[in-house]
Design a protein around this ligand. Sequence first.
Ligand code: ADP
Length: 595
Amino acid sequence: MTKNTTQERRNELSAIWQFIKLARRLCPGHIPLATVSAIIDAIAPFPGIVIPGYILNELAGPGRTERLLAYIGMLLAGNVAVGFTGSIVRKKLKTSEEKLADRFELHVGRHIMHMDFEKLEDAGILDMKEKALFNLRLHNVLTEGPATIAGIFRLLITAAGVTGLIAMLNPVLIVALFFLTGVNAWLYRRVQATKQRFYQDIAVYNRQFMYFRNLTQDFTNAKDVRIYRMSSYILERISRYYSAADRIFHKMFLTQRRHDGLGAVIIQMQTVLACAFAVWGVFRGKLMIGDFTIYISAAIRFSASATELMTKLVDLQMLGRVLQDYLAFERLPERNLSGKRSADDIVCVRIEFRNVWFRYPNTESYALKDVSLIINSGERLSIAGKNGAGKSTFIKLLCRLYRPEKGCILLNGVDINDFEEAQYSRLLSVLFQDYKIFSFSIRENLAFDRPYEQDRGRNSLKKAGILEKVQSLPLGADTPLYKNFDKDGAELSGGEMQKIAIARILYKDAPLLVLDEPAANLDPYSEYDLYSRFNAMTEGKTTIYISHRLSSCRFCDAIAVFEDGRIVEYGSHEELVCKGGLYARMWQAQAQYYQ
Ligand code: ADP
């Protein structure tokens, strides 16, 4: 073995060990149960191998009735005991496997939800996740992994027992059987290596395939798919993937068929060899007829166990590789931005961006360039600028979804990354441009897992201008939204959903309010309504407001105008209009349509 392969084996074993530790942590009873099951399965074949031989020897020899009855009793008792306990343990193991798989899904989900947001937008990391989870699920690692390890343990016990039995007949036979088993294992290993290469490659394509498959099945795409007549394009992309996969699968199955054929021939050769040795022993008068059956059964069991053992060892190796991919994904750090500082006593918020530079991962140009800005406590700042100017990026940084490359963001003079994560998010209420309303009840959409306070909920819905609509629904705030889980779920309009999203941020009642295009889906009346309640909604809160409708900037104390990642103008609406710069030009361009 070269140094590299030794290192590879070591890495595989270490990955398997990590996995056992993870399985033990997620489902503590599973490994002991799998071990007990393996021991029972390992000893199960022995009564059937040895006792019938003794019965035959007794029949061919002295023929003592009490001995014969004792052997038959032992055979029955052995089989019943092993069969009974084996079936109980196997049932328990099955339930435990399901428990382990469920807990693992939760474990992976938690890890993904706690990862840095920026990693979720990185194609390299998404491929890594797909490769890790696709292979893990494809090979059923959660159930097959512990079963493979337990299987090896079981087969080692069985193989050691039958090797002892056969060695008593003839040690040369053992060497020959081992040699043939080695050839079989070598063949199997080659097939597995080809398969592994194939699965590695296909995992990356699989992410693209899944994307296209979801386009066909996700109802939210249905309108665009129909209007732009995308179906033939999508189906063509999917069938292109299928034909590529078919070609690779065909090649792989061909190699596998060849191995299976050769493997079967080798197993037959092993049985014939054992028969020849045993017949020779009987002819030389060294074996009785009962011993003959013991050795034949032992040799057949040996071939089966040794071949299975070799294949399981190769499986174990593959398991090690798949687990290495998974563990590399699991090792991706969860959010590392968080400090320990408490924000419990903060009721007023002052924000300062100090010389902030930022560019998205894997991009060259800066989305924010040397941005410096102060938003005083209780102040309402409006952010204006053309598309792509950096407005949403400014908000994402404030939400700690990304970290500035240079410069810092301070909250009441403290770097925002110094706050403990949950404490910091308590200070913020954000309405994102692409806000999400979930298939929960309205109440749960407002409060999530926290207890819902009726009065606070009513007030928030009222301020957001949606209380009447909610009260008109059959279950009021308990009405589920969307119909995917409940046929009586409410399908609200885009504008009404946006008002629910506004109610959510008001319900949270955080000292820092961020609204990114809150009127985007609202009709002119609802927009007017929102503006007229804007002061009441934002009373006493530090507020950041992004809107393309510049008329809304007038409700704010100050306006920062972004262009190409920089703040190019700052002042009140009147000041900026008088200045005659970018803001004034945008204002005039919009105003002429309202005159
Ligand atoms: P705005 O909100 O003003 O329309 P953004 O802040 O969304 O602008 O975008 C600023 C710049 O950053 C744009 O050039 C945009 O293409 C780029 N950008 C935005 N999001 C990403 C991302 N996830 N990855 C790479 N570049 C991005």
